[in-house]
Design a protein around this ligand. Structure first.
Ligand code: GLN
Length: 469
């Protein structure tokens, strides 16, 4: 017999008071002006009263700099929407570790940014707030999923921004928008307070307009955190002080992986940078990543599996949206059906499928085995080179709507970012010029585990010396 459970009236979501702004209030006129000017880009989804610690403003590493935070990272008392209807009216009861660290170093948090729902996407179009737009061409996407954060930095709305990168969501929007974006080594930055998408991939990473900005932000957010057992207990180098050190000498380019489907203007940039590095004393050689071509398949099997499990918690009881019905099962069904968008539902269904008995071995286990092979490829290559150079994305920013009805073509745009996420190594997208249509081009510098310093040093040298015309 069907059981009918009488549901109690739901308490309103926890909304702890926003901390009172301290005095003196930093002058945020230019932030407000710029944010107003670019409202049509739909990059900012929440603008609270600025959050900062008065006594840290002048002595911290961030020194009063404005920072925008992707809306899947928790700020106490602020909305935490994940750009999803399912988190309507949900406010975070605590700060993520990265937010606490930014405040402790004098950062001023001013806004939360738009992104693809639950960070699932490559264009920032799958958002309950509507699509975010490219900073310099509103007919195009800013990339995704952290498109709003990239736009905020590209337009100078904020000096820095944080995003999350599971399979490219910091690097690809950085490339599309012409800014720097780093995905740290898995474990370098605490995930405490980052809403989980695929926990064995997710990393928080910074956006900035130059290498020094990335070095500074990484310095602030990196480091072990007892609240995240996957965060590494490794010392943090003084990144900012080491930007001018010795350059990495051995650079590898996986040419056979770049053969098909890459925009010729992007290939041309790889070649230009390759010869620039040779001219500056680096040894540039071709390397092989034989299993990288299986990255998209492995990445989407594994991340969907993890997502289907992580997103089981949105059941209409604990967070945000609750469609109350006359029985529990209908409440779960209705809340989830109404609350999640199509892309998230697609991933939950695929993830549940690859984990189901009978398919687990054929898909999930196989996906894990491929992940290991891809990681081993990187470990092998880093015996011979210090840095791998490759494009961030096969194309520059595409048009709004261009891939929205064809998920496979959208997924294929992650071909160069997902191998790195599967391996867990660090990579940064750096701007290296524009296409003939004036769209930014970004290339990735990839290093061995915990070698962010090597990436930053080479990036700094390229930034200062490579002509991007
Ligand atoms: N575009 C990839 C995806 O949709 C990456 C997302 C991410 O890094 N958060 O899964």
């Amino acid at each position: 017999m069907k059981q009918s459970i009488q549901l109690k009236k739901r308490r309103s979501p926890i909304t702890p008071p926003v901390p009172e702004p301290a005095t003196p209030i930093p002058d945020l006129t230019s932030f407000n002006d710029t944010a107003d000017l670019f409202k049509d880009r739909n990059a900012i989804v929440h603008q609270g009263s600025a959050l900062y610690l008065e006594d840290r403003l002048e002595c911290g590493l961030l020194n009063g700099a404005t920072v925008a935070i992707k809306d899947n990272i928790a700020i106490k008392g602020w909305p935490l929407s994940c750009a999803s209807h399912v988190l309507d009216n949900f406010h975070s009861p605590y700060h993520s570790t990265v937010v606490s660290r930014i405040l402790n170093e004098g950062g001023v948090i001013v806004a939360k940014t738009n992104h693809d729902e639950f960070a699932m996407g490559s264009s920032s179009e799958h958002s309950v707030f509507g699509a975010a737009k490219h900073p310099f061409d509103p007919e195009r996407v800013p990339g995704g999923s952290s498109g709003g954060s990239a736009t905020s930095v590209a337009l100078g709305i904020t000096e820095f921004a944080l995003g999350s990168d599971t399979g490219g969501s910091v690097r690809q929007p950085a490339a599309f928008c012409g800014v720097y974006g780093l995905k740290p080594t898995y474990g370098r930055v605490s995930r405490y307070g980052l809403v989980a998408f695929a926990s064995s991939f997710d990393q928080i990473g910074p956006f900035a307009r130059n290498t020094a900005g990335i070095a500074k932000c990484l310095q602030v957010i990196a480091g072990h955190d007892p609240r995240d057992t996957t965060s590494a207990e490794k010392p943090i180098p003084k990144y900012s002080e080491r930007l001018d050190g010795k350059l990495p000498k051995r650079i590898g380019v996986p040419w056979s992986f770049l053969k098909e489907g890459v925009d010729p203007e992007i290939i041309e940039k790889v070649k230009q940078l390759e010869s620039f590095l040779r001219d500056n004393g680096c040894q540039v050689e071709e390397i092989q990543l034989p299993h990288a071509k299986y990255s998209i398949a492995s990445y989407y099997v594994l991340t969907n599996a993890e997502a289907s499990s992580n997103l089981a918690r949105y059941d209409g009881v604990r967070y945000g949206l609750s469609n109350r019905c006359d029985n529990l099962q209908s409440m779960y069904n209705d809340s989830r059906s109404d609350g999640f968008g199509d892309e998230v539902k697609r991933r939950i269904m695929l993830g549940t499928y690859v984990l189901s008995s009978g398919y687990y071995d054929a898909y999930f286990r196989k996906g894990q085995q491929v992940r290991r092979l891809i990681r081993d490829d990187f470990i092998d290559v880093f015996n011979d080179v210090d840095i791998i150079l490759l494009p961030t994305s096969p194309t520059p920013a595409f048009r709004l709507g261009e891939h929205i009805d064809d998920p496979i073509s959208m997924y294929l745009s992650d071909i160069f970012t997902t191998p790195i996420s599967l391996a867990g190594v660090p990579a940064m997208s750096i701007p290296v010029g524009q296409t003939s249509a004036d769209l930014p081009i970004g290339l990735q510098l990839v290093a061995n585990f915990f070698q962010e310093e090597t990436i930053l040093r080479l990036s700094h040298f390229i930034e200062q010396n490579f002509s991007t015309d």
